[in-house]
Ligand binder design. Structure first.
Ligand SMILES: Cc1ncc(COP(=O)(O)O)c(C=O)c1O
Length: 398
């Protein structure tokens, strides 16, 4: 290369570098400060990196920052997209999924919808087994996404007819069946450990005082709690638990419930609540990650306490949020917000509390969001006049 050519090449490179720098300076701020590619690589590229939203009405009333991870913005409509993608990617890596494979899962809905979406995007079949009492729009959505759906009567977990046991049996019987096993697989915890938890830490700049979330499998709560406590042991982490679930008792008092009432021995089964997605009367491996190390009377050593939320309060909160904030959320999100309000009042003004809006109200139009269905069960669906409607709940366990 002659001198002139070398000189114009150097000038060209300098101009390109300056232009690149100028473009970078002018680039709009990305939602979470992380560089995200402007074009998502297929639908799975849209999963995660959801924003935190300030819940203005609750924040103003308490003098706290009440922030929520807007998980309903995931392409499959819930936080479960994260675990669906992670489980499928890990299985592909380890050779557990080949073309023609079929994913099987027992789910009350959200995980199935996320799996059906990821399965479609990656070329697998998907078969979902769900309890027959969950909102019908979830199975309609699953079918539109190409999954086959089996609705089975609710049964205790010790019964082979429980939806999780049916899904496992179907996977075993299929020549290329893959049982996802969201309740027990460590990949559930891993998915949130790698994505949800560091996102919360980064998005708050590490400036948060408390985190609160319900437990369906326990994957989100366990991973976020373990992660936050490792970053800063002073962050207080709480379980938000719907009525009928035994987990709050386990956290606060060390026992799920009297031995005579454990799941499998009672006539009734599952969790006696309107709320879908959270609440359990058994310990899953994912939830048990929170309990290692003992604690007072065998209670959790990692959680700082649990807040029990009644169905009536969850319903009122959902109506409050849409009337005051324009946030149309599902039932587990409403439970989380009642608990976040309670924690904010307990901690006092000046604190930052983070929670999660796992899905939107669209998933619950025929049940939790149907005023007629709720009135038929004897529940008032009026928007509360003020937040005084929500009594200060006791935060035992702290
Ligand atoms: C709508 C909804 N919210 C919250 C949860 C709870 O999340 P996790 O399973 O991580 O405990 C679930 C779980 O199924 C859910 O479906």
């Amino acid at each position: 290369m002659d001198k002139g050519a070398a000189c114009s090449l150097a000038l060209g490179l300098t101009a390109a570098a300056l232009y690149g720098g100028w473009r970078l300076l002018r680039a709009p701020a990305l939602p979470d400060g992380e560089s995200q590619p402007p074009i998502a690589d297929g639908v799975t590229g849209l999963i995660g990196n959801t924003r935190l939203v300030r819940i203005n009405s609750l924040s103003a009333a308490t003098g706290c920052e009440i922030l929520a991870k807007a998980e309903f913005l995931n392409p499959g409509g819930s936080s479960k997209d994260r675990i669906a993608l992670h489980v499928v990617e890990q299985a592909e890596r380890s050779g557990g999924l080949a073309p023609g494979a079929c994913l099987f899962e027992g789910t009350s809905g959200s995980t199935g919808i996320s799996l059906a979406m990821v399965a479609r995007a990656r070329g697998y079949a998907c078969h979902i087994v769900m309890p027959s009492d969950v909102a019908v729009e979830k199975s309609q959505l699953l079918e539109r996404l190409g999954a086959t759906v089996e609705r089975v009567p609710p049964r205790p977990i010790v019964d082979p007819g429980h939806y999780v046991n049916v899904a496992r049996a179907r996977a075993l019987a299929h020549s290329q069946g893959f049982f996802v096993d969201q309740f027990e697989t460590p990949l559930n915890f891993d998915a949130h450990w790698r994505s949800t938890a560091p996102e919360i830490w980064r998005q708050t700049g590490g400036r948060l005082h408390a985190f609160v979330h319900g437990a369906g499998t326990g994957g989100t709560l366990a991973a976020v709690t373990c992660f936050l406590k490792r970053q800063n042991p002073e962050v207080r982490c709480f379980l938000a638990d719907p009525q009928g679930s035994g987990l709050a008792n386990r956290v606060n008092h060390g026992v799920l419930f009297a031995d005579t009432e454990r799941e499998g021995t009672r006539r009734r089964h599952q969790v006696d609540s309107l709320v879908e997605g959270v609440g359990l009367n058994r310990l899953t491996r994912n939830f048990a990650r929170l309990l290692q190390g003992g604690g007072p009377r065998g209670a959790s050593s990692l959680l700082d306490g649990a807040v029990s939320v009644s169905d009536a309060d969850a319903l009122s909160m959902s109506r409050w949020l849409v009337a005051n904030d324009g946030l149309f959320v599902g039932c587990s999100a409403a439970v989380n917000c009642v608990a976040a309000l309670s924690i904010a009042r307990h901690l006092g003004p000046g604190h930052t509390i983070v929670t999660v809006l796992a899905d939107s109200g669209h998933r619950h139009l025929t049940k939790f969001w149907s005023d007629e269905a709720m009135a038929a069960l004897g529940y008032s669906v009026k928007v509360p006049d003020s937040l005084d409607h929500f009594a200060q709940l006791s935060l035992t366990g702290e």
